[in-house]
Ligand binder design. Structure first.
Ligand SMILES: Nc1ncnc2c1ncn2[C@@H]1O[C@H](COP(=O)(O)OP(=O)(O)OP(=O)(O)O)[C@@H](O)[C@H]1O
Length: 265
């Protein structure tokens, strides 16, 4: 697929041809510099935007708009402030046609799953950012999507909460078997979470690296100390660093100057 936007009378190509096949149950992370098209790609996968050319297809058929089979979690939790956490989650279920009593029951089970047992009747403003994000995740999971799209969902969290959420997400994913596509700026996060890591190069975005490292299990933060993790991190980092230096303004002129100096030395 490709995506070109019209901006101030000009065409701006956000995505060059990008082709991805994601096996069911895979945890795919997408990493890349700011503006390389990560969110655009995710929005198209979720049916919130339309590709200029190409299609997105799931086993259920082509994606033509948002559907409850594809869940989306954004950087900041979007909960209704006037409802308790359990009502926020139950609301999604009620919209899907579940009865009131069953929706509340299921809502409580899901809040338990994301570690919010005991906070069911709290209001969003009584929860920390991490807890609100967990509640938003529970709400999305309540629809039992087979695909979960996450756009920097932990970007606004402090480092410690972020690590806890990462481990929690892995646990939830193992329990539910959901296919996850997770966008992040953070290479460590991408390598830690992903069965597979795709690095996008920028302007227009295209796939610069597609890596499936074989990291030791169980999947806890201990893995970050292993040589396999460090090797995968270095591979992704080198790819992104190369792109950044290739895009640096004036680099080619400076590189040429340095080459000239090198030749004359
Ligand atoms: N609705 C739009 N109209 C015009 N241009 C857009 C629109 N949405 C995105 N773009 C452009 O497409 C390119 C990719 O944007 P996108 O938000 O997908 O990047 P990103 O990799 O998610 O960036 P970041 O990491 O900063 O969130 C950018 O040049 C952006 O300005």
């Amino acid at each position: 697929m490709t995506r070109t936007f019209r901006r101030k009378g000009r065409n701006v190509q956000a995505l060059a041809p990008v082709s991805l096949s994601i096996p069911s149950g895979q945890f795919l992370t997408i990493v890349g510099p700011s503006g390389c098209g990560k969110s655009t790609l995710l929005q198209i996968m979720g049916g919130f935007d339309t590709p200029s050319t190409g299609t997105v297809t799931t086993p259920a058929g082509p994606v033509t708009g948002p559907s409850r089979d594809i869940g989306m979690v954004f950087q900041r939790a979007t909960l209704f402030p006037w409802w308790t956490v359990e009502k926020n989650v139950a609301w999604a279920l009620r919209c899907g046609g579940t009865g009131r009593r069953e929706a509340l029951q299921r809502s409580r089970e899901l809040l338990d799953l994301v570690g919010l047992g005991g906070f069911e009747t709290a209001y969003p403003n009584e929860l920390s950012g991490g807890m609100q994000q967990r509640a938003a995740l529970a709400r999305t999971l309540s629809l039992e999507p087979s695909v979960l799209l996450m756009d920097e969902p932990f970007g606004a969290l402090d480092a410690q909460t972020r690590e806890l959420m990462q481990e929690e997400l892995i646990r939830i994913r193992q329990a539910a078997g959901t296919t996850i596509v997770f966008v992040t700026h953070d290479i460590r996060e991408a390598v830690f979470l992903g069965d597979r890591i795709v690095a996008l190069s920028g302007s227009p975005g295209s796939i610069a690296l597609d890596l499936a490292p074989d990291l030791p299990r169980p999947h806890t933060h201990e893995v970050m100390r292993t040589q396999e993790f460090l090797d995968a991190y270095e591979t992704v980092w080198a790819c992104i660093r190369d792109q950044a230096s290739a895009r640096e303004p004036g680099r080619s002129e400076r590189a040429a100057e340095q080459d000239d100096q090198g030749e004359s030395a």
